[in-house]
Each structure stands twice: as C-alpha cells, then as structure tokens.
Design a protein around this ligand. Structure first.
Ligand code: SF4
Length: 333
C-alpha cells in the first residue's frame, strides 16, 4: 500500500556512484528491507546495510552509523526532509513512502461532523499527494478550505509533523475547525496544538475521530504532571543525540532556570529515551524532555516518574503561567 519508489532508489545510487548504502526504514516498513537490499545489490552491485534500530522520523537520521560504516549514501524511508540542518557530510536521499490508501471515503464521513464552513485541512507526507482530492471534495460540499503553509520543520505546504503544527496555528483565526488526514498520532498532535475543534480522518483504518475529548483529557493530565513538577526538588533534563531532536542549548538554559528557582538539575544525554534506563536515576524526581515532545505528551504512563516538556518546565519554575503555555500549544520541539 506504499510507493517505495524503487526506480528513484536505483537512480540515486547509480547517479551518485554510491558503493555502500545504509537504508533506514520506519518499523512498519522494516519487512521491506530484505527485498530492497536484494534489489539494490542485484541492480547496482553496491553493498547494502539495513538499519535495525528505530527510525522515528527524519529527525532521527542514522548519520553517525553511516559514517562508522563508511557508507557513501544514507537512504531514509518514510519521511521527507526535516528542516533542521543536521548533515555531517553523508548524503541523504529521502523516500517518503507515499500511501496508496484511498482518502475520499473517510473524508466524506467527516462532512457531517465538521463545525462551521471554514476548514483548516492538513495531512502527513504519506497522503500529501492526495490533499487536492480532499480539498475538492470539501469545496463541492460548500466548505472554504484553508491549507497551512510549511512550518519550521515540516517541509511542505499542507504537511504536519508530530512536532510541527505551526502552520495550523497560523491559520487558526481564519477557520472554524480543523480536519487532519492521517494517523491518530498526528491528529492528536494537531488537537493539542490548536484551540479549535479538530477531527481526524484515518485512511489506514477508515475511522473518523472527534478529538476534543482526547485533548481535554490530556490537558488535564499535563496540568497534574506540571503540578507535581512545581513541588519537585531534582530534575533530569534529557537531551537527545538524534540529529534533529538534539537541543543542548535549550537544556543548558533550562538548567539555569531550574537552579535559579532554587532546585537541583542534571542534564542526561541519550539516544533512545528508554523508561527502564531512567529508573537508575533514583535521585531524580521529574524528567524534562527536550527531545521529541511526544515522548512526554503521549505516553507518560510508560515512565515511573513524571516527565514534562521543555515548555511545561517554564510553568513549573514560574516563568510562564499555565494559560500562556496553552496559548502557545502543547507540542513544540
Ligand atoms: S514528532 Fe518526534 S519523532 Fe516525529 S519528527 Fe518530531 S521529533 Fe521526530
């Protein structure tokens, strides 16, 4: 159901004269690794290594692994370019894996649920090529459709990323509600970033979800988490090694603010933020996530201690009010 653009893959390899390739696939496409590696070896004679570690986004390029392997090309599947310069000299080819799933049937089912006549419409890179179809359908039903521009990390007009909904925030004063085409992960991120009703149309399983209650539940959960952080004494500020998620300067600035608030803090440096590994830091009361914001927001129950985002710590140390945080939106990398 996904277009892996094998012709582009082979053309990039032969066009660049690459002889050693590292291929990164998201978990849902890892089972294509054997076939793609065989194809590349047969058609180009290049050596192929398929990464067996997670690839959460284009924020998560295996550049260091490619350097250690002396690979002359990194092929990253499942995402498009992330607008943060993380290159270390290894050329990267992005193949987004466009989805062949139909979107019209599920978008049609949202029509009776959409509030107002002015709709903000966005999707993920997998369905972006089908956004004009959805726009046309909504316009024939009498809606005015607004498409967000690109954000700081999202490369394309109409695209959202799990950590970039700035385009939606910029158009929210012009729309009555939002429609997101994609998975629950992306729909929920949108709902947490805007203050308008948000509906998800999921082409993978054909479901339609009104996300307002989910948003309210998570906002309540976040408030409780920040409240615990207000009363905590020692903070572990997590910095990621992943090229697109690494925010050491932000971590240093948070460290300063936490110490000025009379509390203790340490900066932790990690590739994967694994809850079991954090258990070893028994002296820490609360973790502060400066890496992927969704770590803290989506699955806090995986962690044995409270985990808050880089923006939530501002509320916990008294630099922002809770209302100021909500105005900025909860999702920010
Ligand atoms: S949501 Fe997280 S994993 Fe996805 S692109 Fe953003 S930082 Fe990367």
């Amino acid at each position: 159901m996904f277009d892996l653009e094998e012709d582009k893959l082979l053309a990039e390899i032969t066009g660049r004269g690459a002889r050693r390739i590292l291929i990164q696939l998201p978990d849902g496409l890892k089972n294509e690794g054997t076939r793609l590696a065989g194809l590349v070896r047969e058609k180009t004679g290049a050596d192929v290594f398929v990464s067996a570690v997670p690839a959460w986004g284009a924020c998560d390029l295996s550049l260091d692994a490619a350097t250690r392997l002396k690979a002359d090309l990194l092929v990253h599947y499942g995402h498009n370019e992330f607008l943060r310069d993380a290159s270390n000299g290894v050329p990267v080819v992005y193949i987004p894996a466009k989805s062949n799933h139909e979107i019209i049937p599920v978008v049609e089912r949202t029509v009776s649920l959409l509030q107002g006549k002015s709709i903000g419409l966005a999707t993920t890179i997998q369905h972006l090529h089908k956004l004009p179809e959805a726009t046309k359908l909504l316009e024939t039903k009498g809606f005015n459709v607004h498409t967000p521009g690109r954000g700081p990390w999202a490369h394309e007009t109409g695209q959202v990323l799990g950590c970039d909904y700035f385009g939606l925030r910029r158009i929210q004063s012009q729309v009555d509600s939002f429609l997101i085409i994609g998975s629950y992960f992306h729909g929920l991120g949108a709902a947490l970033s805007v203050e308008k009703p948000t509906i998800l149309a999921d082409p993978y399983d054909g479901t339609v979800t009104v996300l307002d209650q989910d948003r309210d539940r998570i906002v309540r959960q976040r408030y409780a988490m920040v409240d615990k952080a207000r009363r905590a004494g020692t903070f572990g500020i997590i910095v990621s090694t992943k090229p697109g998620q690494s925010n050491p300067q932000i971590a240093l600035s948070i460290l300063k603010q936490v110490e000025e608030a009379g509390k203790k803090a340490v900066i932790l440096y990690a590739d994967e933020v694994i809850p079991q590994k954090l258990l070893d830091f028994t002296d820490i009361d609360v973790f502060v996530d400066t890496a992927c914001p969704r770590l803290a927001l989506d699955d806090p129950e995986r962690f044995s201690k409270p985990i808050i985002t880089r923006d939530e710590i501002m509320v916990a140390v008294g630099a922002w009010t809770w209302e100021q945080l909500l105005e900025r939106g909860l999702v920010r990398l």
